[in-house]
Ligand binder design. Sequence first.
Ligand code: LLP
Length: 433
Amino acid sequence: MSLSSLAATPGLPPFFTYQAGQLTVEDVPLQTLARQHGTPLFVYSKAALLAALAAYQRGLAGRQYQICYAMKANPTLAIVQTLVQAGCGLDIVSGGELERALAVGADPAKVVFSGVGKTRTEMRRALDVGIDCFNVESRAEIDVLNQVALEMGLRAPVSLRVNPNVDPQTHPYISTGLKHNKFGIAQAQVLASYRHASACAGLRVLGIDCHIGSQITQVEPYLDALERVLDLIELIEAAGIPLPQINFGGGLGIAYHDETPPAADELWQRLLQRMDARGHGGRKILVEPGRSLVGNAGVCVTEVLYEKPGDPKNFLIVDAAMNDLPRPALYQAFHQIVALAPREQAPSNWEVVGPVCESGDWLGRERTLAAQTGDWLAVLSAGAYCTSMASNYNTRGRAAEVLVDGACATLIRARETAADQLRLESLLPSAQG
Ligand code: LLP
């Protein structure tokens, strides 16, 4: 089957289909990859990455805009490189992410730097390479960045991140734009902070920034935040501080289960309509999507190690665990789990769990699956915030990663070995007799 004829299979993300009874990504059966590279294995579709990006590009077409992929969602070099080569800029939150951005050849002039706790070292490196903008989150950070820039004889480009105090109606751990969250500058302090920043000789005020949360599945919280940010822009510009650019952050959700988030182009049509209606449509628009670009482009393939039927639960013990895919343990998140080659037998009800020594190490609860020891399963929607939040807990090596492009599959991250993990550690010198 050619790629162009692939229609979305109900219940599966685009570019993942069953062909001849085999779960296939683009033109490659996942079983082939599991056999070749072992499991747990993360597999991504390049076409899915580009299709997700294209929805934003359509939504913002005709405007002055920059899409800055929030690489915390998945910082694997080849993923970032794919998006950068398709025109994306990057949103970074650490010096490490900046080095990844440079390693893939990203243009620093398309890089924005977010985060509440930037260090002086990180600021110096970012100023040195010439990033587009620092999203500054507090009055104290304004002063430190000003000082660092002056020491370097530079002016740091800044947007101030404001906290619009709207409820994104998502999991409390991933809502960031409410006033009790640590992020952004409170509305009451915004004007004074802009006055202060615009008086700093080491800063150049470029715009305004907000990000209200993640896995947002409705348009309304965005519209609410937009209204409040536009009110603030009017207030700040009336005080004589021009704000040519507006950064609207990320946060658009994906379908993990039965969610129906708006498509990125639909969301942006609605937001642009509102901006135009209020006379703000001419500003440069920045967005920082993470999950909505990569989340549904990846799956985690895992092997069933043991069946452990029991009362009241049947456990299916698989070789992927909370260290590979921490979202269920951290947020009780739901990820669909399907067989790579579904069996024609009556399904059972399973708790799908990993080998890690914690009861929180589960990937799926109460799943109806016809699976046996030795079968491969795919945990869907695993492209965002899975490998990026992976750990070495239980001294488990990080999983390998493969990117599929049509019929071509490339290993983009080798499986981490025990030797890789031990490399940075030292034994104490032995006591002399
Ligand atoms: N911009 C800023 C300033 C952010 O803090 C984030 C995400 C993004 C953009 C991208 O948001 P996205 O489009 O991916 O929703 N680990 C959690 C998600 C944490 C999101 C943190 N900030 C999860 O697995 O659900």
